[in-house]
Ligand binder design. Sequence first.
Ligand SMILES: *Cc1c(COP(=O)(O)O)cnc(C)c1O
Length: 630
Amino acid sequence: MAIQAVVFDWAGTTIDYGSRAPIIAFQRAFAHFGINVPEAVIRADVGLDKAEHIAKLFAQPDTWAAWVHSGHNEERDVAIQEVYQQFQTEIRAVLTETGQLKPGMQSLCAYLQLKHIAVASTSGYTAAMIEQLVPVVHAQGYQPVINVTSERTAGIGRPQADMLTYAIQHLQIDDPQTVIKVGDTVNDILEGKNAHAISVGVVVGSNLIGMSEAEFVALPESEQTRLKEAARETFIKAGADYTIDSMADLMPLIEALDQKALQVPLLLTPGPLTTSASVKQTMLVDHGTWDEEYKVLTQSIRRALLAVGHADPELYTSVLVQGSGSFGVEATLQTAVPDNGTLLIAMNGAYGQRMATMATRLGINHVDLDFGETQIVSAEKVLNVLHQHPEVTHFAMVHSETTTGILNPLTPLIPQLTEMGIVTIVDAMSSFGGVPIDVTQLGVDYLISSANKCIQGVPGFAFVLAKQLTLATTEGNARSLSLDLYDQWRCFEEEAGKWRFTSPTHTVYAFRQALNELIEEGGVAARHARYAANEKQLCQGMLALGFEPLLPTSVQSPIITSFKYPAARFDFRKFYEALKLAGFIIYPGKVSKAKTFRIGNIGEIYPDDIQHLLQVIAKTEVAQPVAVNE
Ligand SMILES: *Cc1c(COP(=O)(O)O)cnc(C)c1O
């Protein structure tokens, strides 16, 4: 839904650049008694209850000594009371002086009025103070519908949600997600989050920077940038949804949020990925699992999967396993490898490593062969290790290692191993359906993938194409009940497509639709061509924008591409947010050695989408300096 309202804070946000009014009033109140209190000392406790704040200032030995020295009443409570009274007088005068709207505020007000976006305020000030400010800002074109202070919420102020929620209710808005709360302090951000609104922090002229406009503008640009980035970081750490430089920047943010509300995001991720509308549509109906229709559907999927993988139905079977892809891998490992077997795992990324972790947990003897993260699995090295480890009975590897996007060749290695009598297991999770694989020719014993990758279904189950003769020897191997691939297979076979336990019905229906769409597209070859074209266009476009892929083209899969950060100070989070705002969801990196991020090429993604993405990236400020302790 489009943005319905903006609720502003006062000092430091809409008026009073640098939120200086309380500081000045404190300084003047003390000066009235002949005492000079430095601004930094006051600033340290800004936001406290005012009497408490004065007590804290008197707790400074210098301040108290000056007070006593100038011959005033030496009772602490009396002193606090006297300065507090004076503060009340001073703040009234100062408020009027600092009531000028911050830069950008006037055009923002005109814009909000034009868009019929309601405007309200919440404040840490008292109602009396706000009453004094209202005519000052009205005269400048800023007229909130309601100004909420904690007097309306039984004294409950920030960071609690009460004042903001009061304002939202007053405006008769049901969904707080359509409300933007803008403020310049951490407590403002927290108030917004607590009320489930969109929290925005304004950086320039904020309390976090705490300088007057003249002071700030006089700083060298590098120092201005450093202060701004530090403030931005503070807002983000507090949970801000967005940060803006100046108030005028709220306008493009609202435009972008409204745009975003209209469109569905494109997932440029390796599963879950973007599915077609027709696949989503199939999930709007609930289905039982007991009727014949569902069993027939399951059998048709099992047959279709064999066809997608060129697996001879005389030799191979397909077994569906509830859960994500890893469930399928774990079921296969523990069913395939008996207690007296030994598994060699060739790995070059997180998914290969995950297999080793599973083997350890399952108590499977395993030998690990690690190729790092940017080298493909070398057949020669695997064969070498086999000679050193004659006890190896099983072999596992990942086809498309989604960690980086590297594509490990399956030939000649898998046929060679099969020839040697080694049982082979391939995690083809992110490649099956998107990269041609001929299971029969490979002779692979187990090939694993899942519903939410290149077949373009939604998450919910994994599947394993298994050589029947091999699987038939595995009864009783599994170390757990639910992930027993053998038992699962027998149930499908003996009960004509019945799942052993509750199955993800919506996912299964969506998957059948996704398989139909794969066939309509022209099968795996056509889908591979589309993904490869996406990848090529993405890679070339990104290179032109100064982004270097992690991998050489020779080992790059068409599935997902890792890009190195373009600069040491690249702020991925900001980059991600900017793309998200434009409707694209990408992935952070998963590589341990280099700083990378990933963009997926699979799913319901076409050249137009890649082109649009590249245009958005071109417009993104990518190499923003970051003011964190890197
Ligand atoms: C997605 C994927 C998996 C499975 O991950 P889940 O989160 O369990 O679905 C396994 N291996 C590879 C290579 C993958 O890309």
